[in-house]
Design a protein around this ligand. Structure first.
Ligand code: AHR
Length: 328
């Protein structure tokens, strides 16, 4: 096997395998730890689909190290079946707590019941599940995605206040069936439906990735004679779409106004350059809060059922000033 192939094989194995990381130095006792006195958390991450996700993974891994928590990390590569396998593996390994960010909302009851039967508490982070049985997880830490969609809609309503012409909107949805895609769509839709001049003329998934965002935007540009606004459910798709718009000879931010969600550095750079009009923030830096929660949950302390992240909205006039202090 060539050296290059061997390196690729090791990299792939590392991405799929459950790896212990974030074990921190020393043998400091973490609250509620198992036999060694150290807490072990199994964390099933969605994937590495976006800059937001990369920042979220880093935040969780860094926080685990800082908190002296052994983190068993598994990358699901945007596939629910991989997450279910990872959770079952965590149960077999008898981790202290399972934390996960569910790729889609539905289909979790069976595996969550298995965790409950094994008496392993589950903490949801970033994304929610639609289980009716709330005893299947201890708490949910993350953004209010419906609110994010509403903020996007509110900006649009204000932007077109007093105008009467029809506003044609194309929408790049996140991963089909995921909480942020469902909620950002419904939150936005609820606001804009109040005014009939707003018309969503095309809406399709771009899977939260730059490549798919570009591809779908190219298709929109071909099929839609007039596009006034792009609403992208995340920055990566918006950034991909910007490439498509520029390649089509149009000016992003002017010919087509762009609303995006997340607030990663690349989006702020694009916004400072006038290519994105507004970014609704979604904070990925959940690691420290997550570590606090898993320790409390393991120790049997009471925690709030729902912990919402505090987030803002940024417009072009704020972008350049905010850019240097963006942490992700
Ligand atoms: O669940 C959060 C979303 O997932 C972020 O908005 C997106 O960028 C990510 O892939």
């Amino acid at each position: 096997m060539s050296k290059r192939a061997a390196v690729a094989l090791v990299a792939t194995a590392m991405a799929v395998a459950l790896t212990a990381c974030g074990s921190g130095g020393g043998s400091k006792d973490a609250a509620g730890g198992g036999g060694s006195g150290k807490l072990t958390v199994g964390f099933s991450q969605v994937g590495a689909e976006s800059n937001w996700r990369t920042a979220n993974t880093k935040s969780v891994q860094d926080a685990a190290k800082k908190a002296g928590v052994t983190l068993k990390f598994s990358d699901a590569q945007q596939k629910q079946e991989n997450q279910i396998k990872a959770i079952r593996s965590f149960i077999q390994q008898k981790v202290d707590v399972i934390a996960f960010s569910p790729v889609v909302e539905s289909g979790w009851d069976t595996v969550l019941k298995e965790a409950k039967d094994a008496k392993i508490p589950v903490v949801l982070t970033d994304r929610a599940v639609d289980s009716k049985d709330e005893s299947l997880y201890a708490t949910f830490l993350g953004s209010d995605f419906v609110e994010e969609g509403k903020k996007a809609g509110d900006w649009l309503v204000k932007e077109y206040q007093g105008k009467t012409d029809q506003v044609n909107i194309v929408e790049l949805q996140g991963t089909t069936g995921s909480a942020p895609a469902n909620d950002r769509k419904s939150g936005f839709g609820d606001v804009v439906k109040a005014d009939p001049k707003f018309k969503v003329v095309a809406s399709q998934t771009g899977d939260f990735t730059r490549a798919k965002g570009k591809e779908v935007m190219q298709a929109f540009l071909k099929s839609q004679p007039k596009i006034d606004v792009l609403y992208a459910h995340n920055d990566d798709m918006a950034l991909g779409a910007i490439q498509a718009i520029e390649e089509a000879g149009k000016t992003p931010g002017k010919d087509i106004k762009i609303i995006s969600v997340d607030g990663v550095k690349d989006a702020f750079t694009a916004m400072a350059a006038g290519k994105i009009n507004v970014v609704v923030e979604c904070n990925p830096l959940l690691g420290d809060q997550l570590m606090e929660l898993v320790k409390k949950v393991k120790a049997g302390e009471s925690v709030e059922r729902r912990i919402k992240t505090v987030e803002g909205v940024f417009t072009q006039d704020q972008a350049a000033a905010a850019l240097p202090s963006r942490q992700y």
